[in-house]
Design a protein around this ligand. Structure first.
Ligand SMILES: O=P(O)(O)OC[C@H]1O[C@](O)(CO)[C@@H](O)[C@@H]1O
Length: 516
């Protein structure tokens, strides 16, 4: 990561200028080498970027950026467990959680493997009379926020079809008491397990909710039995113990596991219980296959790198701030929210690792989106006829659309229709021609899974994790820290403790209304 900063926009400018004048439809229909150069495959995931305003020369220029930034060495450093998060002096261990064999630090690898065996054993115990309350767990409540919530939430929502019979998982993240009220609805405290998931075990939302959940358990079972139904997943086991959770039910993970990359670790404990260790292992295996592709594929064949470069092209080259993710699958409806944290917390930085400022129109994109085809009836109007161009990532599941169900087939047809409408637009006619015209020329990519099984889900998430790493590398920023979230936490504490001196009048008026 020590390569010097680059003026990405200047290097891409000749290609951006050359391609800006081309009608996108004509560029796409030219076919030839361009077709092959804009499609990638990694295991069961494919990326089709033929609807991007790109050609082979522009792609070559993008791959040259990756080479100039030392892609090969940076990738090796990530996967072998070197310090790739220098502002916190940590490695980034999410790939090692899938397969620790590439780690240089063998003691660390052994710890990761032992931690996995322990969570799997606990998950199995929860299925029978070895469960904390002596009866199989029927309700798991995961209490966590940010990465300690969004990962487990996405995976559970995507993998509902694989959950074990007789057990349900609910999530509590927000401080609104309604979160916990919903999570305990219909639950039997006797057979409920509360998993407190917090890397730091200092996050105030999580700790307050954990206290409230414990009080709910204690109200019907008493203090001791309530404690027995509390488990923790954390990188700070001492703090979890001080909180009152018994060491036997504290499942540690490494400091080098970032919060938004953490569900592969013990932070996925709630998933391992509700899905069973075997299904959880299959999710890891899908991710491991992408890790193997990312590790071995040459730059030009490397799907996560190619996706990163396409996003750099649109952001730094073409100046497009945001990217829309439209997942054409109900099971993947939480993917946009998950990617929002993964990408925006990782790449929402304005300084490079060397402390120099990033130029305008660079750094992470504003990521937003939703579930197709629903979003066609909400914000797609803006994508088709609004003033701004926004690249769209269509997330597709081949086996779903080809399943023979006529609704699923129509869902696939909707996806294809939208990519075509964005590309070609439509020339309106008659008096209202101007209103009925869609300009077209709007870019999109399709990221397709063969099938949304545990392996497919793991692969899809790992592709995005490595993509984010590559973008961080190209921009020269650290995708693994998140200092920007700290100030708000401190100010909240100030308000709750009555330290009002640094607040402005409007803020204090609000504080008074809220009785702070
Ligand atoms: O797991 P923890 O330490 O409770 O943190 C929760 C979340 O808070 C953040 O630190 C900041 O929002 C995220 O990075 C993290 O996922």
């Amino acid at each position: 990561m020590s390569a010097p900063p680059m003026d990405i926009a200047r290097q891409l400018a000749p290609h951006v200028k050359r391609l800006a004048g081309e009608p996108l439809g004509a560029l796409v229909r030219a076919g030839g080498q361009r077709d092959a150069a804009l499609q990638w495959q990694a295991g069961t995931v494919t990326l089709d970027a033929r609807h991007q305003r790109l050609d082979t020369d522009a792609m070559d220029a993008l791959f040259a950026l990756a080479e100039a930034r030392g892609f090969d060495a940076a990738r090796a450093a990530l996967l072998s467990g070197d310090i790739v998060n220098p502002t916190e002096e940590r490695p980034a261990l999410h790939s090692a959680l899938r397969d620790a064999s590439a780690l240089k630090d063998r003691a660390l690898a052994a710890r990761i493997e032992a931690a996995r065996a322990r969570t799997a054993a606990f998950a199995r115990a929860c299925q029978g009379t070895d469960a904390p309350g002596g009866k199989p767990v029927t309700r798991i409540i995961n209490i966590g926020i940010g990465g300690s919530d969004l990962g487990p939430r996405l995976v559970y929502s995507a993998m509902k079809a694989f959950r074990r019979e007789g057990v349900d998982l609910r999530f509590v993240s927000n401080l609104d008491p309604a979160d916990l009220e919903d999570a305990i609805e219909g639950a039997d405290p006797e057979t409920t397990l509360v998993c407190v998931t917090s890397k730091s075990f200092t996050t105030s939302e999580t700790l307050m909710n954990a206290r409230a959940a414990k009080a709910w358990l204690a109200a019907s079972l008493g203090e001791e039995a309530a404690n027995a139904r509390m488990a923790a997943a954390t990188a700070a086991p001492d703090r979890a113990e001080s909180f009152g959770i018994a060491p036997a039910r504290i499942f540690p993970f490494e400091e080098g596991v970032g919060g938004r990359y953490s569900f592969w670790s013990a932070a996925g404990l709630c998933l391992e219980i509700v899905l069973g260790p075997e299904v959880f292992a299959r999710i890891l295996e899908g991710a491991r296959q992408i890790d193997a592709h990312f590790a071995a594929a040459p730059a030009k064949d490397n799907l996560p790198l190619a996706k990163a470069l396409i996003d750099v092209w649109n952001r730094a080259g073409r100046g497009l701030l945001s990217r829309c993710v439209a997942a054409y699958s109900t099971r993947l409806e939480l993917l946009p929210a998950y990617l929002q944290q993964l990408e925006m917390e990782s790449l929402g930085k304005a300084v490079r690792l060397d402390g120099s400022a990033l130029p305008a129109h660079s750094g992470g994109q504003l990521v937003w989106g939703g579930k197709g085809s629903d979003v066609q009836h909400s914000f797609f109007q803006w994508l088709h006829q609004g003033v701004d161009e926004v690249p769209v990532d269509f997330i597709a599941v081949q086996a779903l659309y080809a399943s023979g169900d006529e609704r699923a087939k129509a869902l696939g047809a909707n996806l294809v229709a939208q990519t075509a409408a964005l590309l070609d637009g439509h020339q309106g006619e008659g008096d209202l021609a101007a209103h009925k015209t869609l300009p077209g020329g709007r870019v999109s990519s399709v990221i397709m899974l063969e099938c949304l099984d545990p392996e497919g889900l793991g692969a899809l998430i790992a592709v995005h994790e490595h993509k984010v790493f590559c973008e961080g590398l190209i921009y020269g920023l650290n995708p693994f820290d998140q200092w920007g979230v700290e100030l708000g936490k401190r100010l909240t504490t100030d308000l709750l403790e009555g330290n009002h001196s640094r607040f402005d009048r409007a803020s204090l008026d609000l504080a008074r209304l809220f009785r702070l």
